[in-house]
Design a protein around this ligand. Structure first.
Ligand code: ADP
Ligand code: MG
Length: 239
């Protein structure tokens, strides 16, 4: 029983799939940019939550993940921190001429999209990191304009993002991370084909997929999009 395994047992972190990076108990040990560490501190996050302890190092290592953990366990920051870190590392000089979307995060609802963007703004403050929110209820032209001004992260619902991609060619070839929050909910809402359509517009991104429960449907869509997936579930094993 090695150190990593002891820590996983203690925090009830269950993992499956290949050689998995060790869990890391402090944000400061993850190799994150200094400014991001400051923002994490300002947000009041003293220690990573169990899901963050495992997901952040694995995501920073480039692994595709399928994650389940209870509501309120800090899943949002577990994908935003690796996304922001990647953007800061790829655009270290804050050169706005280079801005192209580097990550796309899908959420099942407008409300969840808003929450994710709020947290992204908080954690990405002062970094070369801009976001565009692409959800229903706001004018599509303004969202498109925002993307064209240059953003690193697009957050959106599948339907509205497809609408935008149909209207205008958006350069998505640099997208390195594809995040799917509450994917079970997206599947229940019948977004499967739209999610796959968006995935096909990307070039083999790293997948960060979240679901309340890991059903066969969820495993199936994950395996359509990535190989060598690491499964992380917190608390109850194998749900
Ligand atoms: P969920 O897992 O349901 O997506 P959230 O990501 O929305 O949960 O996180 C729930 C709350 O916990 C949010 O208010 C968030 O700001 C806070 N939070 C996230 N990570 C930490 C942390 N490491 N320490 C303290 N609070 C945190
Ligand atoms: Mg969430």
């Amino acid at each position: 029983c090695d150190q990593a395994e002891l820590l996983r047992n203690k925090l009830e972190i269950h993992v499956k799939g290949g050689v998995i990076p060790a869990p890391v108990l402090a944000f400061s040990s993850c190799g994150l940019p200094q400014k991001l560490l400051q923002n994490i501190e300002t947000a009041g996050y003293v220690m990573p939550t169990p899901v963050q302890v495992q997901v952040i190092p694995a995501a920073l290592d480039g692994r595709s993940l399928l994650v389940s953990a209870d509501t309120g366990s800090g899943k949002t920051a577990s994908f935003l921190i690796p996304i922001i870190s990647l953007c800061a590392k790829l655009y270290p000089n804050n050169n706005s001429n280079l801005r192209k979307p580097l990550a796309v995060v899908l959420t099942p609802t407008r409300e969840l999209g808003i929450q994710v963007e709020d947290q992204a703004k908080l954690l990405g403050k002062g970094l070369p990191f801009k976001t565009a929110l692409v959800v229903g209820g706001d004018p599509i032209a303004r969202q498109l304009y925002r993307i064209q001004q240059g953003v690193e992260l697009i957050i959106g619902t599948p339907g509205r993002l497809i609408d935008i991609l149909t209207k205008q060619d958006i350069e998505l070839s640099d997208v390195k991370i594809f995040g799917l929050d509450e994917v079970d909910c997206m599947l229940q809402r019948g977004f499967r084909d739209q999610v796959m359509q968006i995935f096909r517009a990307l070039s083999q991104p790293q997948l960060l997929m979240y679901s309340a429960t890991i059903s066969q449907d969820v495993e199936k869509i994950a395996s359509c999009m990535a190989t060598d997936i690491v499964t992380v579930s917190i608390g109850k094993p194998n749900r």
